[in-house]
Design a protein around this ligand. Structure first.
Ligand SMILES: [Ca+2]
Length: 188
């Protein structure tokens, strides 16, 4: 193997290592047309870009996020004024300048069975949960740390980041690992 090929392979492996996979189970009456979608939202909670979506099969799903950055339109400048994330309470501190894209999770019924969401297929927001906290995912363009009230501290690395956020008397932010299986509860 040439040094150049080895270098390319190393880059490839590094890219693969930072890819994020979210495995989950769905609780509730999931029809055969149900899909789970990961969507970038703006600080107002409006859906901006669908990053990935997969079918729910046998009450399970496996969502893989591409390593690519969200579109420029889906990125916002990270500042204490636009961090409206679960568990984040003022005062908020941001360690430096960064672009950020917050991901949220939704289900929708793929009514026309074309494997993607169409205008008439309504998104319903869901919260992937674990016993250690709820899943929170965001992309950043550079390493940055966000601190907030009650012990909230999330150290983001460039790219996609996933944390489990547990809001109790204190707010605990723990790393999410690919082996964790989240639970998505459907509204009745
Ligand atoms: Ca569709």
């Amino acid at each position: 193997m040439t040094p150049r090929a080895l270098f390319s392979l190393t880059l490839l492996l590094a890219a693969q290592a930072s890819a994020l996979t979210i495995q989950g189970t769905v609780e509730g009456a999931a029809g055969s047309d149900l899909r789970v979608a990961a969507v970038v939202v703006n600080p107002f909670g409006q859906a901006v870009q669908e990053v990935s979506s997969v079918p729910v099969e046998g009450g399970r799903f496996r969502l893989e996020l591409p390593t690519t950055a969200p579109t420029a339109r889906a990125q916002v400048a990270l500042s204490p004024q636009n961090v409206n994330w679960p568990g984040v309470i003022d005062p908020i501190q941001v360690s430096g300048q960064a672009q950020v894209a917050e991901l949220k999770f939704y289900t929708y019924r793929d009514l026309n069975n074309n494997g993607r969401r169409d205008e008439n297929e309504a998104l319903r927001d869901v919260t992937p949960e674990t016993p250690r906290g709820n899943l929170f995912v965001a992309w950043v363009n550079t390493d940055v740390t966000v601190k907030a009230n009650r012990g909230y501290e999330a150290a983001f690395k460039r790219g996609w980041n996933a944390f489990l956020v547990d809001v109790g008397r204190a707010v605990k932010v723990q790393p999410f690992t690919d082996t964790t299986v989240v639970t998505v509860r459907l509204a009745r």
